[in-house]
Ligand binder design. Structure first.
Ligand SMILES: [Zn+2]
Length: 343
């Protein structure tokens, strides 16, 4: 490139380095690359040249234009970032230094993930089911016909009587699994359930269940007890104290329920455990032959057990939460309890 053109670019480079504001760079741009700028004029002079000269000068002018443009771009960029830094420094003092509150996973979500991890390691699959259910899957297929007294135990919220309702238990998922899958299988499922309950420290009209269903060629209560024992130890440590009591549920025969020694009073009796020292943690049992038959599964060839855990109680016991209402309150105050848990 001819020397005089190199000199032109060097002058431009020096001027750009001296420019300390974006506005100064813009002024230089107009002087060099604007419509009447010196480099733009140089380029425009091509049209007055002979074709031979144009062939020689054209590429030179194009290179000058390109290099000048690159210089402007680079300087503009460095100034803009620098000005941003200056702006931040000038305004830093006026930015409040309070740390914003950070959200975290809800204790319910954490507990569901821990339970899912445990059961997946035991060979279970995780499945979901609808919260709006039909009478058939929430009751009839679980051995609770329309006139069964067990319905009185669950004050149901109906979307449309008599058939469409908010599920009162995740056993409805069990009914769906049995109706749609061929054994052998092992499933767990977590979800919200709804009952027309009075809201107080221990009860809510929205709460959560964790359901498990196992159907194998042969299984028994011993497998159910060992599953629960391993689960309680995993969730609450090796020293957890549990007991099993015989219970009645229409969908199982026999029915049993695990109780855990109260996490709040350690068996001494308090308001959380209603002074009995134990907390009911769920219900379970061997799946009733009627239910297997309704699902088209031969109860002479297959045996199964099912369990439903009162998930809110599992969460409350794990995080030492003594009022069920706080689980749906969105209060971050329980964060200190959450860091002990692993996701
Ligand atoms: Zn207690």
């Amino acid at each position: 490139m001819p020397e005089n053109y190199e000199l032109l670019l060097q002058t431009l480079e020096a001027s750009l380095q001296q420019a300390t504001t974006v506005e100064e760079v813009r002024t230089l741009y107009r002087a060099y690359l604007g419509v009447k700028g010196s480099i733009k004029q140089l380029y425009a002079s091509l049209k007055d040249m002979t074709p031979e000269m144009r062939r020689v000068q054209g590429p030179i002018f194009a290179e000058i234009l390109q290099r000048a443009q690159a210089m402007f771009d680079a300087r503009q960029k460095s100034l803009q970032s620098g000005e941003h830094d200056v702006f931040l420094k000038e305004h830093a003092r006026s930015i409040p230094l309070t740390v914003p509150k950070m959200g975290h996973l809800h204790p319910l979500s954490r507990t569901i993930r821990e339970l899912n991890t445990f059961f997946v390691q035991m060979g279970y699959s995780v499945i979901d089911g609808p919260e709006i259910e039909t009478d058939e899957f929430c009751f009839q297929r679980l051995n609770v016909p329309a006139d069964h007294p067990a319905r009185d135990m669950q004050d149901t919220l109906y979307i449309e009587e008599p058939n469409l309702l908010l599920r009162t238990q995740t056993s409805s998922i069990e009914a769906r699994i049995l109706a749609t899958h061929k054994p052998p299988f092992k499933f767990v499922s977590a979800g919200r359930v709804y009952r027309n309950e009075k809201v107080n420290k221990s009860n809510h009209f929205i709460f959560h269940h964790y359901q498990g269903v196992v159907v194998l060629p042969d299984t028994n209560l011993k497998d159910l007890f060992s599953t629960f024992t391993a689960l309680f130890r995993k969730m609450y440590g090796p020293d957890v104290v549990i007991r099993f009591r015989n219970k009645y549920y229409p969908e199982v025969e026999p029915g049993v329920g695990p109780d855990m020694q109260c996490f709040s009073c350690h068996g001494k009796g308090c308001t959380v455990c209603k002074y009995v020292g134990w907390i009911e943690m769920g219900g379970s049992g061997i799946i009733h032959p009627n239910i297997m038959k309704m699902a088209g599964i031969d109860p002479t060839k297959w045996r199964g057990f099912a369990f439903g855990l009162g998930l809110d109680r599992w969460v409350m016991a794990k995080y030492n939460i003594t009022d069920i209402r706080t689980l749906l309150g969105g209060d971050l105050a329980y964060q200190p309890y959450c860091h002990e848990s692993t996701l």
